[in-house]
Structures are given as structure tokens and as C-alpha cells.
Design a binder for this molecule. Sequence first.
Ligand code: PHE
Length: 343
Amino acid sequence: MSVMDEQIARLRAAAEARIGAAADGATLEAARVALLGRRSELTQLLRGVKDLPEAERRVAGDALNRLKTDLAAGLAERERGLALAARPAGAVDLTLPGAPPVPLGSLHPLLVVLEEICDIFHSMGFTREEGPDVELDYYNFTALNFPDDHPARDSQDTFYVSDAVCLRTQTSPAQVRVMERRTPPLSCIVPGRVYRNEATDASHASEFFQIEGFSVDRDVSLADLRATVQQFVDVFFGAGRKIRFRPHYFPFTEPSVEVDMACASCGGSGCAVCGRTGWLEIMGAGMIHPNVFAAAGYAPDAYTGYAFGLGIDRIAMLRWGVDDIRLFYENDLRFLHQFRGAW
Ligand code: PHE
């Protein structure tokens, strides 16, 4: 070891001891002046480097500068330690580096579609309501004009909690619940999860989502329903998509229809997406049955109204070309991440 090396090692040891012993800001500041100030031994040594023999200059300069950097870092570290020790218990340390980036989640694609659809109806004056997932058989069936022996009431189709209580199989029971506590005019949408006791496959799940919509006033007609659905389709799927009403049967609407929308994949000429029909079914609908008004406590001919129920899963599948409903419920992030930023 050269004389210079020994001197540096001694200086380093003494300086570290002094920094470590500084118990408050003032002693630490005094240490800084003594160790790095103009008159410090280190500064003197650095000044002398230029007078050293050429061969030693570079090595000595490097070593002294390294010591200087290390001591400055040691002083800063000690200063932080003293500040930390001095802060009141429980205080937040603002000098700590920020937290690592938190991975952001995103809305589930079904929720994206649900919110978008609700927004569209909201803009048409519909208000949002809720109904219970665990529902009385009365609201799910009886009040909706289902006869006692209707097959949907079979436990093969419906999950029963008890004789009188089931998991709702549709969002329609909310029609009666809302009408019981409000008087027309009213226009409501009710999004929610529904349950059916059936085997699952690419187009059936035992839990899925629906949005119920209904509008009741003195002279509401099927034409109002048609204009409302067309407006929804124009905004959600893009203007210019034709819709059509196909006669159907639901116990709680009369007349009842299924609503189809022209298939965008083939423009109506028929393809695999629409099963060669040129049309895609998007919802069930109809004029609210007088028996439903009666169950809600309305005078039978005081009002007219329409109702519709659309499957959110089906709408989401149509929008994004998803061909298996089960993908929405498996929570595979490789699937879900594709919808990041969709909302
Ligand atoms: N509740 C019906 C279903 O689940 C859909 C529907 C709602 C039909 C409102 C007509 C009126 O299939």
C-alpha cells in the first residue's frame, strides 16, 4: 500500500466514524465542513494532486475523488436518517420514492355494455331502478301473469330457494315492483343478473345479465316502442340498421314480439353469424298486459305501456364478435385484457 493509500484509508475510517457519531443537524454540518470544506485534509490532498509525479497523479486523483463522493453520500444518508428519527410518530415520509406503478384494472366487458346501454336510455329520459336477485315467486311469475302450471315455474328451469322464493329468472319482476310504488308517467330501465337452471353451452349460461325497460303513460303505443328500440340500435350499433318485430308470446305482454336487427356481417343476405336469416334477435318486448297493471294496483284501462328485455351478454357478443358466452364468466385475463380501454 502506498503512503497515499494509507492516508486515504485512515481519512475514510475517521470520516465515517465522525459522520456516524453526528447526533443532530448542527454536529453533522460541522462534520461536513471539517471533512469536505476548503481547509479539510481531503481538499488539501486534492489540491496537491497536481504536484505529484505524473505517474501517480491519475490514481491518486481518482481515489481522492471517490472518497469525496462517498463522504458526500454518507453525509446525505445520515441527514436523512436524522430527519426520519426526528419526525413525529405516524408521519408520512415524503422523501421516500413513490410506490411502484399499480397495475390498473379495467371494467368487465359486460359492465362496459351495461353502462353504455343504460347511458343511451338515460339520454331518452329513462331512470335507472333496481330489483332483488333473490325474488319472490309472486313477482317473478304470478304478478307477471304466468299461469300456475307454466313450464318456466318448474324447478328444472328455475332455482328455488323455497316454495315462495327463487332466484329471478328475468328482470321483468322489477316492472311490478316499480309500478307498485310509482304512478305514471314513468320510463325505467333495470339492469341486473338473472339465473336459470339449465345446461350451459356456447350460447347459454346459468347466470347472465338483462336490462329491463318499460314506459307507462296514457297513450303509449307499439309505435313508441319501435321508435325507442330503433333509437337504441342507431346509437349503440350505428345508424341505418333496420329492425323488425316478429310476433311472439310472453305471459306479461300482449301483443308480444321479438325484435330483430339486420345482420351487419352480411348486410341482410344471410351468413354464419345470423344463421343465414339476415337477422339477429336482440330482445323480447311487447305491450304490458292489463293483468300486470292490475297486479301493480293500477286501474286496468287507465294506462298503456310497453316493456322490453334485452340480454346484455348477447348484445356484447354481437358487438365484439364473441362466439361463446362462457368466456365472459371464466375470468381469463387474456380474454378480459382485450377489452381494456373499451369504456
Ligand atoms: N323477460 C323476458 C325474457 O326474459 C323478456 C321480456 C321483457 C319480454 C319484457 C317482453 C317484455 O325472456
